[in-house]
Write a protein that binds this ligand. Structure first.
Ligand SMILES: Nc1ncnc2c1ncn2[C@@H]1O[C@H](COP(=O)(O)OP(=O)(O)OP(=O)(O)O)[C@@H](O)[C@H]1O
Length: 477
């Protein structure tokens, strides 16, 4: 059986030879010859315990305790402890008085293994705790700054700066339909009169209620009102069970129809581009205002049919039937488990799909939905500037074309787009002479930085807003 090992220490007042008889001593360790018990003698001096002696017990006695429990010897000034595990005499247990005495152990000469282990663990715990606190504070600060920076960047309309959108249910009898102004893949949109104002009413057949529910959910998000997003007035159900959404009326209709009919000056094109980017940047923003939270939203179907143009020449985003609310999870954004998870399979809008979405078509649960919106934004900026008469020689402004329409025809298939956009890494062509124009190089760079094949390398919508502002302020064409 292995011999017991005990701490060994003697002060002047103890007869050293008496204790060395218990076994061979090497430094501060004694190998017990006659006993399997360690013993510790302590004396209280000025209220603090000091080691009087630590050693092997000289005779075999009963020592049932694995830890060294203090027992008074005389006058409550001297204590002895006996224990039966290796080095157990290095740490006397004071019972209820333990804490007060333990704090005064600095006078002990022997380096006690148990103390070291305990100290090391305690130090590790403290360091881990401090590190975790630091991380939590840094994360909270980072999030706060992010939210604050977003809320400073974009004006929140005063009407709803601190409230949930209070759109009421609208009774169909309150609406007077006038004429059809647009048709989408699912919806028919009417110009109508409602409470003395001209509005747009979007009807969705009952079969497409899923799109209606998603779109309503987005419009009803708190703080969603913004000049770059079409103003939402309410929803309702018609007698034939179709659902409808009442919106502000955009006089020029979709951006697609506006660009088909109009060319524009440099300043007008900038107005369209800026309001469009601001709308998207606001949609993507994560906002906290007066305790109300607006999560980021990815549009997921951004194209020139889903951007409206108002009479004042500004853009407003619409059609959120495929949009996704993103929730923040430990630094990144994930798709909130929304009522719908619809795959966008619509001709025309395929042209605006980012390469990673085209390729990963069967699985749209991507973390990069906002970057995919920015890709589409780049195509829209190209589409707008291709109709800017100041960027072309007299009467040489091209006809309006959708992205890739020239290269792949009016109804490009998914396979053609994957081949052209993804594998061949091609984009709509930017006129070479733009490089010679005062702002040409900058606007080319904005477009190409939006439609980069690497989604991570693309600008954020917020950065596009900034780049467009500096483009405007540097000089006019
Ligand atoms: N508020 C509005 N003011 C004026 N015109 C509008 C308005 N909303 C929609 N429109 C017109 O109706 C068209 C279809 O609207 P919307 O895109 O919302 O329908 P949809 O069926 O959801 O379309 P999609 O095919 O993209 O899914 C638009 O392209 C636009 O021309």
């Amino acid at each position: 059986q292995q011999k017991r090992r005990c701490f060994f220490e003697v002060n002047e007042r103890t007869k050293k030879y008496v204790l060395t008889a218990g076994g061979n001593v090497s430094g501060s360790v004694q190998l017990c010859e006659n006993s399997h018990c360690c013993v510790g003698y302590y004396v209280i001096i000025n209220g603090t315990p000091k080691v009087s002696a630590l050693a092997c017990d000289r005779y075999e006695k009963s020592c049932p305790d694995p830890i060294c429990k203090a027992q008074p010897r005389s006058n409550n000034k001297h204590f002895v402890c006996v224990c039966n595990t290796d080095f157990c005499n290095g740490n006397i247990n004071w019972g209820t008085e333990q804490n007060s005495y333990n704090n005064s152990f600095s006078g002990m000469i022997i380096i006690r293994l148990y103390d070291i282990v305990f100290m090391k663990t305690a130090i590790k715990l403290v360091v881990i705790l401090i590190f975790m606190c630091f991380l939590i504070i840094a994360a909270a600060k980072c999030r706060k700054e992010k939210l604050q920076s977003c809320s400073h960047d974009f004006g929140v309309l005063p009407s709803c700066s601190s409230q949930m959108t209070k759109a009421s249910e609208i009774n169909i009898s309150q609406i007077e339909l006038q004429q059809i102004v647009g048709r989408g893949h699912f919806a028919t949109v009417f110009q109508a009169a409602y409470k003395g104002s001209v509005v747009a009413v979007k009807f969705l057949p009952a079969a497409y209620e899923q799109f209606f529910t998603t779109e309503k959910e987005i419009y009803k998000l708190p703080l969603l009102k913004h000049a770059g997003i079409v103003n939402f007035l309410g929803t309702g159900k018609a007698d034939d069970r179709s659902c409808f959404i009442v919106l502000e009326f955009a006089e020029y209709g979709s951006l697609h129809s506006f660009l088909s009919k109009h060319t524009m000056s440099w300043m007008s094109s900038l107005k369209l581009c800026q309001s469009l980017s601001q709308g998207l940047s606001y949609l993507h923003s994560d906002l906290l205002s007066h305790g109300v939270h607006k999560p980021p939203v990815a549009h997921r179907d951004l194209n020139s049919f889903n951007v409206l143009v108002r009479a004042d020449g500004t853009c407003a985003l619409c059609d959120f039937g495929c949009s996704a609310i993103l929730r923040c999870y430990s630094g990144g954004y994930r798709w909130h488990n929304q009522s719908t998870n619809i795959k966008v399979i619509k001709l025309g809008t395929l042209n605006y799909m980012a390469p990673e979405i085209l390729e990963d078509f069967v699985n749209l649960n991507s973390m990069f939905l906002m970057q995919a919106d920015v890709y589409a934004l780049g195509l829209l900026l190209w589409e707008i500037w291709m109709r800017c008469s100041d960027l072309f020689e007299d009467n040489a402004t091209p006809q309006h074309l959708m992205p890739y329409e020239l290269e792949l025809g009016t109804n490009a298939t998914l396979e053609n787009l994957i081949q052209y956009v993804s594998y061949m890494d091609q984009r709509p062509s930017i006129p070479e002479h733009w490089q010679l124009l005062p702002q040409g190089a900058d606007l080319t760079e904005i477009i190409t930085d939006c439609w980069d094949s690497e989604s991570d390398a693309r600008l954020t919508a917020h950065r596009v807003v900034e780049r467009l502002i500096s483009l405007q302020s540097s000089s006019s064409l």
